[in-house]
Design a protein around this ligand. Structure first.
Ligand SMILES: CC(=O)SCCNC(=O)CCNC(=O)[C@H](O)C(C)(C)COP(=O)(O)OP(=O)(O)OC[C@H]1O[C@@H](n2cnc3c(N)ncnc32)[C@H](O)[C@@H]1OP(=O)(O)O
Ligand SMILES: CC(C)C(=O)C(=O)O
Length: 498
């Protein structure tokens, strides 16, 4: 059996079913283009009968994207199929994805039907879809809870009717990996014409087993996986693309290949998260903020000695620049010494022991120790004051009916210069003014504002990361005025450029 596994991305269909995650056509095109860069084989672009907006999105995605097959979902209903075919008319390669429920629940309570009638409707739908496109995928909804013998009967009939791909969804996320794997194996072994179609997995995460089930499906013979970016999807979500792809890539012994350019994973995850306004949980595998962050001393020491001691994936492989070391009271000397080194301080022997004790006292009081805390510990306050670039004054005009404008005065070795700029908000305006003043090509890579407690009178902590000529510089500041804190943090990072 060929070991190529086709990646069918349904972020724009099942992912978009998540409440609050609906996208407009322009946003969907942006995601589709990024999915094309990522290298997915199929993009499920929508359910055209569901609304004029979704119909239009399928039309426009079909025009905008060249390489992946564009797929449109339907029920086993003629009108749905006709509308899907119409929406796919500009697709270079179009696929209609039609199907019907095959579990006792769906047959009896949802469709008010019986097994024989469902086989007939399934066959009729596939034959009708074949009139419009060559590539027809059939889904046996709730296959996870369907009887395997009956499922095999349906699958055989729809393959005979011309279905090219057979989707076996665990619609309710009920199956155990062993059960789902056995279901795929049963079909492989009991459907006489199974070699005429590709079996596909479509797993939901209601019990947290979507990725495990998908892999069990592949191991047992499925060669297409239906997945979403960040695991988005109905209820607890779908199998996440990044997890399945990286599991297959990391386990060389399995010897599966996909067309995914894994270096595009993080970029795609961020784009989807931003456009769908759905944050990624910090500990999400592969794409969570903490996926490559090490916070305990033994791990940090191990990673600093050799990344592979605690990392099974090189962060660069998924488009993450480098792993991070978070300093807490669980950190050891190795991590502290390393971070101080990054900040420009060298500590060894008894001096390191001394600063480590101060660090632990501080870390016990705070959750994590930031760079500015280390700088203070390292006796750098004076150095900070002596720094050649300093914020002298900042004035911003901002509000609901005015163009945000900032006037920033910065001193360079004692000489004060002033610049005014506008932007899409007060911070953007201030940063634009600072960039004009420093006359250096700096690229803001990361900008994080955090309140220390939850009150509106809180101190705002700002962390920035800037890039200059391929090097990364960190800046920090804290102030009750978050715009001042932001500008100071930006200048702090810039001042570290040699
Ligand atoms: C498992 C999945 O994720 S499937 C995809 C889920 N996504 C969506 O549902 C989003 C798009 N859906 C929609 O916009 C609408 O539900 C529409 C346009 C499809 C249908 O709208 P309506 O005609 O108002 O029907 P409604 O949504 O109330 O009910 C669904 C009907 O389709 C029937 N149906 C459900 N699945 C199928 C199917 N695969 N094949 C045939 N009929 C089906 C139901 O039995 C019900 O029929 P009934 O009204 O005779 O009982
Ligand atoms: C429509 C099908 C493929 C589906 O989304 C499911 O069963 O979960």
């Amino acid at each position: 059996m060929d070991n190529k596994v086709y990646i069918f991305d349904t972020t724009l269909r099942d992912g978009e079913q998540v409440p609050g995650c609906q996208l407009n056509t322009i946003e969907k095109i942006e995601v589709a283009r990024q999915l094309e860069k990522l290298g997915v084989d199929v993009i499920e672009a929508g359910f055209p009968i569901s609304s004029p907006g979704d119909f239009n999105s399928v039309v426009e995605i079909s025009k905008a994207v060249q390489n992946p097959t564009i797929c449109a979902l339907t029920r086993a209903v003629k009108k749905d199929i006709e509308v899907a075919a119409d929406a796919l008319k500009f697709a270079k390669r179009g696929r209609i994805h039609t199907g019907i429920g095959t579990s006792p629940y769906h047959i009896k309570y949802k469709l008010n039907s019986n097994e024989d009638e469902i086989v007939e409707r399934a066959v009729e739908a596939v034959k009708y879809a074949k009139r419009f496109v060559e590539d027809v995928e059939f889904y046996a909804e709730d296959a996870g809870r369907s009887d395997n013998e009956y499922l095999a009967r349906v699958v055989e009939a729809v393959i005979a009717a011309g279905a090219t791909v057979i989707n076996i969804p665990d619609t309710t996320g009920y199956c155990l990996p062993s059960e789902y794997g056995a279901k795929i194996a049963y079909l492989v072994n009991n459907v006489p014409n199974v070699d005429k179609a590709i079996l596909s997995t479509h797993c939901h995460n209601d019990l947290g087993m979507a990725t495990a089930n998908t892999l069990a499906g592949v191991v047992n013979g499925a060669r297409q996986v239906e997945v979403t970016i960040n695991g988005l999807g109905e209820r607890a979500g779908n199998t996440s693309l990044e997890e399945v792809v990286m599991a297959m890539k990391s386990h060389h012994d399995l010897d599966y290949r996909t067309g995914i350019d894994t270096k595009q994973i993080m970029k795609t995850s961020r784009l989807v998260s931003t456009l769908m306004r759905m944050p990624v949980q910090a500990n999400k595998a592969i794409v969570g903020r903490n996926a490559f962050a090490h916070s305990s001393g033994i791990h940090q020491d191990g990673v600093l000695k050799n990344r592979e001691n605690y990392e099974i994936i090189d962060p660069a492989e998924v488009g993450v620049k480098e792993s991070s070391i978070v300093l807490t009271a669980r950190s050891g000397r190795a991590a502290l010494k390393h971070r101080l080194h990054v900040l420009g301080y060298e500590f060894e022997g008894p001096e390191l022991d001394e600063i480590y004790q101060q660090f632990l006292d501080l870390a016990d009081k705070k959750k994590d120790v930031a760079d500015e805390d280390l700088e203070a510990l390292a006796g750098s306050e004076k150095e900070k004051q002596d720094r050649s670039i300093k914020l002298e004054s900042l004035q911003v005009i901002s509000g609901s009916s005015t163009i945000p404008t900032a006037t920033v005065a910065v001193s360079f070795n004692g000489d004060v210069f002033t610049e005014t700029a506008s932007g899409n908000g007060p911070i953007d305006a201030s940063f634009t003014a600072v960039k004009a003043l420093v006359k250096r090509k700096v690229h803001l890579e990361e900008f994080l504002i955090q309140a220390i407690t939850r009150g509106s009178d809180d101190l705002g902590k700002v962390h920035v990361t800037v890039e200059h000529k391929g090097h990364t510089y960190y800046g920090f500041s804290a102030n009750v005025d978050i715009i001042t804190a932001s500008v100071e943090a930006f200048l702090d990072a810039i001042s570290k450029i040699g």
